[in-house]
Design a protein around this ligand. Structure first.
Ligand code: GDP
Ligand code: MN
Length: 379
């Protein structure tokens, strides 16, 4: 789950990291009032779950409340990378002396949280990694000890040669690691981490991505979710307890188990198709789950064929078959369905499906080939 900048800034501030004041607003009039209260030049920043807002025109400086209001009128409602701006952050315009980057990510290859800093901040960090990797400095944190003061200082000195500013940055890095632990984040990022003209070090932007698996035990973080920024299909899937990720292709996949779902998507690609989604209907699939899954899948206009791939272990194939029958009666869609199921109660499932006019097989390759061919025919 992504947090908005204004939410992430608040968390950083609470953790003792210097962050400029600021407030969030959803109308130009509110922006004007906040700018008046802040009492000097402000920056108005689009609150959407994507980076590169600066480049897209979603971050603008304004010299007085009137200009802030008119700038906000242009930013509110604009689209950035397909997302509509509903809220803006208004903050005092900072006097920037330098911009650098500081972030911590959960790194799969080292299996640890890795701190990354770069003096080349303010720009897309992926770009820095690709073009000037020598400007990135990393340290893998041993979670038994955390980020120790000398380690933080070593990184901070890569950003600032002066010891005063390096001390401030080291303190920020250590606090950032605490934020990562306390929010259950897979990524915490400050870009840019700035130095001000009077020598301060401040977080001007903040990004926190929370690991969804951490939300159950952190209701206060879960409450920060902005459902208006989620794809409709993903929200409905979450509410139905399905693991669903929308993709760009046209072969919808309805699978039990994350591993089989990944293998199914691989095979769809192998046979020249493009999966429309990742969907894991879970281990114990009662028929209602299949109905929910099909209703989400069929709402996507890109979908041209539907592929069921079920390996019955705990999941009973007859449950899935009943779900398919119920769903197709309820939802009345005309998309072709290819069904592969094998394992627990396979025979019962085949009987249910045959009695209701469906074909089903047990061969995964055959099913995937068919589903890809049907999608191509329809396209
Ligand atoms: P992003 O483009 O979505 O990452 O948004 P950022 O919050 O990082 O803003 C992009 C850029 O706008 C920053 O790198 C700064 O150069 C600039 N910027 C943001 N806030 C301020 C500010 O208060 N004062 C000034 N002068 N520039 C700002
Ligand atoms: Mn940024």
């Amino acid at each position: 789950m992504n947090l908005h900048e204004y939410q992430a800034r608040h968390i950083l501030k609470t953790a003792g990291i210097p962050v400029p004041d600021g407030d969030v607003a959803s109308s130009p009039a509110e922006v004007e009032a906040i700018a008046r209260r802040l009492g000097k030049g402000v920056v108005v920043k689009a609150q959407v779950h994507t980076g590169g807002r600066g480049k897209a025109g979603g971050v603008k400086l304004a010299k007085d409340p009137a200009e802030a209001q008119s700038v906000a009128g242009r930013i509110l409602g604009m689209q950035i990378k397909g997302l509509t701006v509903h809220k803006v952050l208004v903050a005092p315009a900072a006097d920037i002396a330098s911009e650098s980057y500081a972030g911590i990510i959960v790194d799969r290859s080292s299996q640890r949280p890795v701190v990354m800093v770069s003096p080349a901040g303010g720009v897309d960090i992926e770009e820095v990694v690709a073009k000037t990797p020598e400007k990135i400095f990393r340290h893998a944190i041993d979670p038994r000890f955390g980020l120790l003061p000398h380690q933080a200082m070593g990184l901070a000195l890569k950003l600032y040669p002066g010891v005063e500013q390096a001390r401030k940055a080291a303190d920020i890095l250590q606090r950032l690691y605490q934020v990562m632990l306390s929010t259950g984040a897979s990524l915490v990022e400050i870009n840019p981490l700035i130095t001000t003209l009077d020598g301060g070090v401040e977080a001007l932007d903040a990004k926190i991505v929370v690991d969804d698996n951490e939300l159950d035990r952190r209701p206060e973080i879960a409450a920060l979710r902005d459902a208006s920024d989620e794809a409709d299909s993903e929200r409905r899937a979450r509410e139905a307890n399905l693991t669903f990720i929308k993709l760009e292709g046209d072969v919808a996949c309805c699978v039990n188990g994350a591993g089989l779902a990944m293998a199914t998507m691989d095979l769809v690609k192998f046979y020249g198709g493009q999966p429309a989604n990742f969907l894991d209907i879970g281990g114990s699939s009662n028929p209602q789950k299949v109905v929910d899954a099909l209703s989400i899948i069929t709402a996507d206009p890109n979908v041209k064929s539907i592929l069921f791939n079920i390996f019955g272990g705990i999941t009973r194939c007859d449950d899935v078959a009943n779900g398919i029958v119920t769903a197709t009666k309820q939802l009345k869609f005309s998309l072709p369905i290819v069904i592969r199921l094998t394992g627990t109660n396979e025979k019962e499932a085949m009987e249910i499906l045959t009695a209701n006019g469906f074909n089903a097989g047990t061969d995964m390759d055959e099913a995937v080939k068919q589903a890809v061919a049907l999608a191509k025919q329809a396209a």
